[in-house]
Ligand binder design. Structure first.
Ligand code: GLC
Ligand code: GLC
Length: 820
């Protein structure tokens, strides 16, 4: 069953009923000010850091699930009936409900009893505020007397403290109110908790219309024992003009609207964040009153409808620019809309938010992952190369002098996170892949010469290239009894904890280490190393370091040989060796006989391509791991807790890392299938987890049909096919890479743009335009035979091979590809 439809021309997903299986969300903001918004106006906003600068309150894991948001209430002042045009929080049945989630904005509208209302939420570029543009239309034959109430609940800044430290927080809340007497500015509610002391920032919530009243104390607005769905002020049609002192500061404006038949009114609300210079916080100086001189011009500007519209147009133009650099036209509508719109958009959201704030990530938890952020780069580097460059240098500066990495770093301080520490032995290698992707995209070899600190200590700084060398060395310095890389605390699979042996409830599987770590080995890291070694060989060659290039080739061959000798199980690659030297992911095991990760990564690293092992491994995946909903992580699922395997065996079978469909690693199999030339299989796997292609089964999938989720429940789970943890996942980047670079085959290379499509046999071809190093490539692919052997004609000249060499100064190129 479907709950909406794609409007590709507008780059929107249109939700046509409010009761989606889960809240279907979108993101507002692209630089400093961010918000999450559900299809019924749930969500919250924050400035930069979802934990430390939370502007509005949201109650995770609440009942109803999606509680707290950017709420509006309409009331018919004649009948006393009231409703929310966004459905929540009142949940009265509405006519013509639609929610349009677009690129950085959301529009929700509906009609109730002849009153149509629509609200457009967005964050203007370069501003630390959000705009709610509201229009209300009377479609009745008679005049209508209405009340409109706005509502947000302020968070007391530190979201973690806000939900725990009530003995203090029920006393600190403070606001200021301007009731609209100031010409040009309507009513403004200022939230200034802790402004009297060390905070130089405040939030504000302004309304363009004259106010009939306002509220700033939650209990006064709602009434004791009443919820957001039944606010007493709305029931009575009368705000209380309350001033918050302690308890729970909120912002609510009350506006009266008298609309003749057919008449419309437009209103604007602005919710924002403002910092003042410390020495000019108060006006008059020495008072406790906020100096509003800095913020009033901003408020006045965006309460002006023409300025608000112009800001919205600028936002659209920004997204046209970001997405316009790579557009494809294929025989498959799902591919087109994911590549051209939604998958690219999700990659930008992961750039902005990493893993911090979604409806599954509470904004108070994880920092930036070393491996996660390095992989996310793969999906957005072509859209924002300059910011990708910055990100690479930030990540590298947290690397440790021995080549290892803090598993996470904090976005505000950009320092490694001591609490989680290091020894996730795959981590450093992802930096090599991220950096290689950046160089291939931009041709900016200079980045390798940038001097970058180790462990944020400038006295240890060395060129970025040295960081990559040490990342490679880190693996080679840590080989185990079979000559395979030691796994440490975990590799890509955070939950395969072979040195943990935890018997204490609540102990962290990622940070507890009870074994010395000198035995447990990872075949996956061997595959990842060979892939990274390929990149390092290319880099060293370009730099003219032929001896070094040869050393990386040799090191890759050494690990390839170790995998042949000890990592091959007869029909697939083994996963690991545990602390006792026993194989994991082998026929010898009772459970967990075959894992997805090494089948993908070893083939991507080039293993088994000549001797048939690659094909065999991928056939084993097809036979044992593939389901209609995607490829599960391993089989058989673990049915009990294994001390020697760790968190992977804590999940009930079929969920998360215990044989769930972990959508992050499915594209590795798509890429591996493309590498061995099996185009139909590669694309079939792509389609199985493609959100758009799963739209028709939204009642099974349940998460948003426009973005990937981290996980879909595997075949061992009673809810097989149900997705969870949408939006912030490495799945976004890797699926983007699989479809654009390996299936459509448009792949940046060190010396130019490679075009080597491995598309389904029944596709007659496709076309694409792509910006690459200052040139626009117009690419047409035509099938003349059933295979994937490509011949290229570039600007009218036949080309040997598939890499179109970069030509500085040339701004437009045409590439005609014939597949046979
Ligand atoms: C989560 C983590 C990622 C890890 C994956 C598998 O997505 O963010 O770092 O690789 O789980 O455990
Ligand atoms: C938990 C999650 C896993 C994630 C990890 C991040 O183990 O199950 O998916 O990668 O936390 O630290």
């Amino acid at each position: 069953m479907k709950y909406g439809l794609f409007d590709d021309a507008r780059r929107e997903y249109v939700i046509t009923r409010p009761d989606t299986p889960l809240p279907w969300i979108n993101y507002l903001g692209s630089q400093d000010y961010f918000g999450i918004i559900s299809n019924t106006a749930g969500g919250y906003s924050f400035y930069r850091d979802a934990r430390l600068r939370r502007l509005t309150r949201y109650r995770y894991n609440n009942v109803p699930f999606d509680t707290g948001g950017r709420y509006l209430y309409l009331r018919d002042d004649t009948s006393g009936e009231y409703w929310s045009p966004t459905w929540q929080p009142v949940r009265r049945p509405l006519e013509d409900y639609t929610c349009r989630h677009g690129m950085g904005y959301t529009i929700i509208g509906s009609t109730f009893s002849g009153i149509a209302a629509e609200v457009r939420y967005f964050v203007p570029l370069d501003e630390t505020l959000e705009i709610w543009q509201v229009s209300v239309t009377n479609r009745r034959a008679e005049p209508a007397d209405l009340s409109l109430f706005s509502f947000v609940e302020f968070a007391l800044w530190d979201a973690q403290d806000d939900m725990t430290n009530f003995q203090r927080n029920f006393n600190t809340g403070e606001v200021e109110i301007e009731d609209g007497a100031d010409p040009g500015i309507g009513g403004v509610i200022y939230h200034k908790t802790e402004y009297r002391e060390r905070r130089d920032h405040f939030a504000y919530f302004a309304c363009s219309a004259p106010l009939a009243g306002y509220d700033t104390q939650r209990e006064a607005f709602l009434g004791p024992y009443q919820g957001f769905d039944t606010p007493q002020a709305v029931i009575d049609g009368r705000a209380r003009n309350s001033h918050a002192h302690g308890w729970a500061p909120v912002g609510s404006h009350h506006v009266r609207l008298a609309l003749g038949p057919g008449e419309s009114r437009r209103l604007i609300f602005v919710l924002g964040y403002q910092e003042n210079p410390r020495d000019r916080k108060f006006d008059p100086p020495g008072s406790q009153v906020i100096n509003k001189a800095t913020v009033k011009p901003i408020i006045a500007r965006y309460l002006d409808p023409a300025q608000a519209d112009a800001a919205f147009d600028a936002l659209r133009a920004y997204w046209d620019g970001l997405l316009g650099g790579f557009q494809v036209d294929t025989p498959d509508e799902h591919t087109d809309r994911m590549v051209n719109i939604w998958n690219a958009y999700q990659c930008m959201v992961t750039f902005n938010l990493s893993r911090s704030a979604s409806f599954y990530e509470s904004g108070v938890g994880r920092g930036m992952g070393f491996r996660d952020s390095s992989q996310d780069l793969l999906g957005f580097v072509h859209m924002i190369p300059a910011r990708a460059r910055e990100r690479i240098l930030d990540i590298a500066a947290t690397q440790l002098p021995d080549g290892g990495a803090y598993h996470q770093y904090q976005p505000l301080t950009k320092r490694g996170n001591d609490a989680i520490g290091s020894n996730f032995n795959d981590d450093p290698l992802w930096l090599v892949l991220g950096t290689a992707a950046y160089i291939k995209e931009t041709g900016d070899w200079d980045i390798l010469n940038e001097s970058v600190a180790y462990d944020n200590d400038d006295s240890l700084a060395a060129p970025l290239y040295n960081h990559l060398q040490r990342a490679m060395g880190y693996t080679l310095d840590r080989l185990g009894p079979h000559g395979l890389p030691l796994i440490g605390r975990a590799d890509w699979n955070d939950c395969l904890n072979l040195n943990t042996f935890s018997a204490e409830p609540g102990e962290s599987f990622q940070t507890t280490t009870n074994m010395d770590g000198k035995v447990a080995e990872s075949v996956f890291i061997a595959g990842l190393f060979t892939l990274a070694a390929g990149e390092m060989t290319g880099i060293a060659r370009h730099l003219g370091l032929s001896d070094e290039a040869a050393r990386y080739r040799d090191a890759a061959a050494q690990l390839d040989a170790a995998v042949q000798a000890h990592g091959w199980d007869g029909a697939w690659f083994r996963r690991a060796y545990d602390h006792f030297g026993q194989p994991v992911g082998s026929q010898e095991c009772e459970e967990g006989q075959i894992f997805i990760e090494p089948q993908g990564m070893c083939v991507m690293g080039g293993m088994g391509l000549k001797d048939g092992r690659a094909l065999q491994a991928l056939d084993s995946v097809a036979e044992r791991l593939a389901t209609d909903h995607g490829i599960v992580l391993h089989q058989p699922a673990y049915t009990q807790y294994y001390l020697n395997l760790g968190e992977i065996s804590t999940y009930p079978p079929g969920y998360k890392e215990n044989a769930g469909i972990f959508c992050h690693n499915n594209p590795w199999i798509m890429i591996a299938e493309a590498i061995v030339g099996r185009s139909d299989r590669a694309f079939d796997y792509y389609r199985r987890i493609c959100p758009s292609a799963r739209e028709a089964i939204s009642d099974v999938h349940r998460c948003e049909p426009y973005v990937y989720a981290q996980m879909i429940a595997g075949k061992d789970a009673p809810t097989h096919g149900e997705a969870k943890n949408s939006w912030l996942t490495g799945t976004a980047a890797w699926n983007y890479v699989a479809i654009t670079q390996w299936i459509l085959g448009i792949r940046p290379a060190f010396e130019g743009l490679e075009i080597a499509p491995v598309i389904p046999a029944d596709w007659p071809g496709f076309s694409a335009t792509r910006q690459f190093r200052g040139a626009t490539y117009a690419i047409t692919v035509r099938r003349e035979g059933p295979g994937s052997s490509a011949s290229l004609v570039v600007d009218g000249e036949p080309l040997a091979g598939t890499v179109v060499p970069h030509r500085p100064g040339v701004t437009a190129r045409t590439v005609e590809v014939t597949l046979r």
